[in-house]
Structure formats: C-alpha cells, structure tokens
Design a protein around this ligand. Structure first.
Ligand SMILES: Cc1ncc(COP(=O)(O)O)c(C=O)c1O
Length: 443
C-alpha cells in the first residue's frame, strides 16, 4: 500500500482547485445533480482511493463507510480489478452484444455458478441499478401477462421510469405522474412500523393491498431483503416467505432487489434472500457488482427470459467487456480473500460495539442490520423516536473531521449507515467505534 499523503495545510494551488471545482459544479452541472451532497455546506473533494480509504486534495485520509454508495465492494483500486479491467481496456474497450466477447460470457457463467442450485438461471447485463430494475419489471409483466406490481413503502429501487414508480420516498417523487402500475404495501419495520413488531399484520396488509388496489392478478412484487436507502430496515424472519406465497397466489413473480445486499456483504449469506429461505424468480444486482465500474444485472429463470425474448430488446452497453472484467474480479476476490466471512466478522464486531455505544448514548435509538450493512438510528427521545436530524448532522461533521465518512441516509435523515468496502479491517472498526463514541460524547 502507498503511504497516505500527510494531512496538513492545503497548498494554495489545491485550495484554488477546490474553490474552482465547487464553483464550476454549481455553474455547469444541472441543479438536479449539483445539489446532491452529503456535506452541502462544505463539500468534500475526493482525489484518490485505496482499499477502504479515500483521500481529499490535502491528502487527508478518510475511512469511507459509504463505499461510494456501496459501489466499491472489494476496495478502491483493487489490484485484481485494475489488472482485469485494465488489460481489457488496453486491448479492446468495447464490443456490443452483436459480437461475442470473453468477459461478459464468462461473467454470466460465473454468476450463475454462485446462484442456488436447482434453477435454470440466466443473466442479462445492463448499466445501472434502475435500468436492471426496469428490465425486471418488464420481464415480469411480459411473462405473467399482468401489469400491476407491488413494492413496499420506504423502498428505494432507483429513480428512472418504472423504478421511480416503485420507489416510495416522498422526497424523490415529482408532482407530475410517475409510471403507473405500482401499489405500495406497508413495510414491516420492526423498530417503528405502524403495526409494531411482528410479521402477520404486515402480511395481512399486503393481502388487503393486493385485493383493494389491484385487479387481484399481479405481475409481481419487489423486495429489498434489507431496505438500504430506507435506513437499513431488515425484512423480519418470515416476511419474505409469507409475501412470496401471497404474491404467487395472485399469479405474480417474486423479485429480490439485491443491489445493496449481494456478494457476501451480509456475511451470513452470499445473497440477501438466502437468509430468508426463499427462492426469487428474478434477482436484481447493481452497485458493488463492478467495484466502481457501471454495470448491473438481472438474473432470472430461463423460462421468464424466454418469454421476454419474443420481442427484440437491446441496449448498447449491455455486455461491455471492461465492466464485465471488473465484475469478474469482484466474484474472484470475494472468494479468494474470504470476504464474506470477513464481512461477518467485522459486522459482528461493529454490531457489538455499536450496541455498547447505545447503552452509553441516549441519542442512539436503534442499531440494526447485519454484516457490513448496518444502521444506527438517532432519536431525540427513545419513547417517541423523534428523529434527531440536527444532532445527527453534528455527529456526522465530527466524524468527518476525525477521518470517517458516513451518510445519514433514510427518508427522515436520522439513520447513519455503515457500508464500507468489504476489505475494512478490525482495526478500522475499532477506530470507527472510538470516533463515534467521541462524536456522540461531544453533545
Ligand atoms: C436497492 C436499490 N435498488 C436499485 C437502486 C438503483 O440503482 P442506480 O442508482 O444504479 O440506478 C438503488 C440505488 O441506490 C438501490 O439502493
């Protein structure tokens, strides 16, 4: 590993660069892009990444607990990703689906080998999570001949076209109509769900949603095994199983959105749905699949894909060989470096430490999640569970000052999310717990 640049005063030319980039981003990027920032008052300019760390223009090192929206699964600039994708970039950066090329084909083969046995799985590659989600909806609709689909409240499945219709965040919805055909059932939030803890009332509500808001025949339902952007809300044991039965009885397909939960990040299982003893019909992958390269995938049963293949469907970058090479590196490194077991170890260590912090700091209302997908909800009052948004922002800024980047993601902006690259070390975990403790203690 290269030694980090020493932190210190920012040289004038870099300070100028930072100021100029902040101004130009504001001036030239669309406001729809430019205003998105986790530190709106004092943006963070990142210039380099290595393993689990990123560095700003002054050389200050941060542990990236966001993994850049979970896209960096095995580590920034992992040598295997660099070698495999780099070699392909120098030799032949792109081939369209109209030609055969090694990496996309081998990737599909290797991905299928990691799916549960006994199903004839096939893979369709695309560029982004929302594109994969939309493709999954199209496949479910064509295969079933039904249109209506069910998603959960507090779900995030992307913001383009159909994906946007299924995402259930007030702040992400426009006053103009979004794509029709989605109904939302109440999510089984065990910390602050409207029906309290338990599964049966939420499953009953799902049945009522289908019977009241659809024709009774549906194309399918999509579920995140852990709602990530919704604030790390895990599906409780029994919910996915019960929901899959209800959906199948209504003629629908079951879609697991594994955009955040895949590739061993949860520790106990390689795929999020496996922890629930269910077998989806369609699985959607994105984010960390390419360790920073834009690629996403739909994995589904062959018969579903065959229904969909009756009309021609084409997307130019579907089988980009560089991105596929990067995706192959993720599968290889997760296996070779034992990152799934490592995620379990680090996740358990963090969970235990966070629960100790919860005993010490009243601001922490709940600690949840598993493996390296953890959430810490901060509240003003443990009984009313009123979101501690401003207090959380102070903690977030103190963490940044100590070298830890963490988002406070969830619709109510009061759940810290810990989703670092899976190469984080136990020492990093201890340093993070220590910094969190100090940031909370500062009042
Ligand atoms: C669970 C889940 N599904 C789908 C998406 C959409 O992915 P993308 O942003 O690549 O379109 C996201 C993005 O945050 C996500 O978290």
């Amino acid at each position: 590993m290269n030694a980090p640049h020493p932190p210190g005063p920012i040289p004038a030319d870099q300070a100028d660069l930072r100021a100029s980039l902040i101004a130009s981003r504001k001036r030239f990027l669309s406001p729809s892009l430019a205003t998105a920032s986790i530190y709106p008052d004092d943006p963070l300019l990142l210039v380099r990444g290595e393993g689990q760390y990123v560095f700003d223009e002054a050389g200050k090192r941060y542990l990236d607990c966001t993994a850049q929206n979970l896209c960096i699964s095995i580590g920034f600039c992992h040598p295997v990703t660099m070698a495999m994708a780099g070699e392909q970039m120098h030799r032949l950066p792109h081939t369209t689906t109209l030609f055969h090329s090694e990496h996309p084909i081998r990737y599909a083969e290797e991905l299928v080998a990691r799916m549960p046995a006994g199903t004839d799985w096939v893979v369709h590659l695309v560029n982004s999570g929302a594109e994969a989600i939309d493709l999954a909806y199209m496949m479910a609709r064509v295969h079933t001949g039904c249109f209506e689909m069910v998603a959960l409240r507090n779900a995030y499945h992307g913001l383009q076209f159909g994906a946007a219709g299924s995402t259930s965040f007030n702040g992400n919805r426009f006053t103009t109509a979004s794509v029709q055909g989605f109904v939302h059932a109440i999510h089984p939030d065990q910390y602050k769900g409207v029906f309290g803890a338990g599964v049966t009332p939420y499953l009953d509500e799902l049945k009522r949603t289908i019977s009241a808001s659809t024709s009774g025949r549906i194309a399918g339902m999509i579920i995140e095994p852990i709602q990530g952007s919704g604030g790390v809300v895990p599906m409780p044991p029994g919910y996915m199983q019960g929901a899959f039965e209800i959906v199948r009885a209504a003629g629908g397909l079951c879609i697991s959105d594994e955009v955040q939960t895949a590739f061993g990040r949860l520790g106990s299982h390689y795929w999020g749905f496996e922890a629930h003893g269910v077998m989806p019909d369609i699985i959607v992958l994105g984010k960390g699949i390419g360790n920073g390269f834009p690629i996403a995938a739909v994995v589904c049963r062959r018969d579903i894909a065959e229904s969909f293949a009756r009309a021609k469907f084409f997307n130019t970058y579907a089988c980009n060989p560089m991105a596929s090479a990067a995706a192959r590196s993720v599968l290889k490194v997760v296996d070779d470096e034992g990152l799934q077991a490592h995620a379990q170890r680090c996740g358990d260590h963090l969970l235990a430490g966070l629960n100790r912090l919860k005993e010490k700091h009243a601001l922490i209302g709940d600690v949840r999640g598993q493996g390296l997908m953890l959430g810490i909800e901060v509240v003003r009052d443990r009984t009313t569970r009123e979101p501690a948004v401003e207090e959380g922002a102070l903690v977030q800024n103190r963490l940044r000052a100590s070298g830890f980047i963490m988002v406070k993601g969830s619709p109510s902006r009061n759940t810290f999310r810990i989703n670092p690259p899976m190469c984080i070390t136990l020492n990093d975990c201890d340093a993070l717990l220590d910094a969190f403790d100090r940031a909370l203690a500062a009042g």
